[in-house]
Design a protein around this ligand. Structure first.
Ligand code: 5GP
Ligand code: MG
Ligand code: MG
Length: 187
């Protein structure tokens, strides 16, 4: 789907493809500066982080390994509860490794808080976070996100990895859903 041809499902483009790509290059430059000479392990959180992970990894000059985790966060509807289950664990032992968690979005921050304490208990040399998007709720958490793409309004967004019922992940931009798609009052 093209930015100019949103179709009926999306109400607007929040972050155009060019802005996403420019931001990813910016983040990669910061990460390159901070991890020069270090053995970097990128840990992508499936499935939402697939796009940022793929673009970020290619924008880095620092050699980096890549691994993935899949977690499910139980909650009602669109809110997570902080009760997290590992669906797919890392293949890598992260003891003494420099680990950078790559996430799509921080909302309540509950999923990431859990992930941080889980990974910290495995004894990495360092543990930092790179998140593409952050919602206002996140300011109420203690999460220290060293590399952040964009602060966004409290709207449900899709695209560039983010889904609604497993759809829209392959949009090259981030957009907001039209209310009629998720049962809002828009239609
Ligand atoms: P948290 O535990 O921070 O509340 O939830 C984070 C997870 O909820 C994200 O990794 C993402 O999977 C999902 N999420 C939160 N906000 C949005 C949103 O606006 N759109 C989509 N597609 N997923 C979201
Ligand atoms: Mg995620
Ligand atoms: Mg999702």
């Amino acid at each position: 789907m093209d930015e100019k041809d949103l179709g009926a499902d999306l109400s607007k483009v929040l972050i155009p493809e060019d802005d996403l790509q420019a931001k990813v290059r910016e983040l990669a430059a910061q990460i390159d500066a901070d991890y020069a000479g270090k053995d970097l392990l990128l840990v992508g959180v499936l499935k939402g982080a697939v796009m940022i992970m793929a673009d970020l990894a290619r924008a880095l000059h620092t050699p980096a390994s890549m691994d993935w985790m899949a977690v499910s966060s139980y909650g009602s509807g669109t809110k997570s509860s902080g009760v997290v289950r590992i669906l797919k664990d890392l293949d890598t032992d992260i003891l003494d490794r420099h680990v950078l968690i790559v996430e799509d979005i921080i909302d309540s921050g509950l999923t990431l808080s859990w992930l941080i304490s889980n990974l910290r208990s495995r004894g990495p040399a360092s543990l930092e976070i790179c998140a593409l998007l952050r919602k206002p709720e996140a300011v109420r958490t203690e999460i220290d996100c060293r590399y952040l793409g964009f602060d966004i309004p409290n709207e449900f967004v899709v695209g560039y990895g983010l889904d609604y019922a497993e759809k829209y992940r392959n949009l090259p931009f981030v957009g907001t859903l039209a209310p009629h798609v998720y049962g809002g009052t828009g239609s």
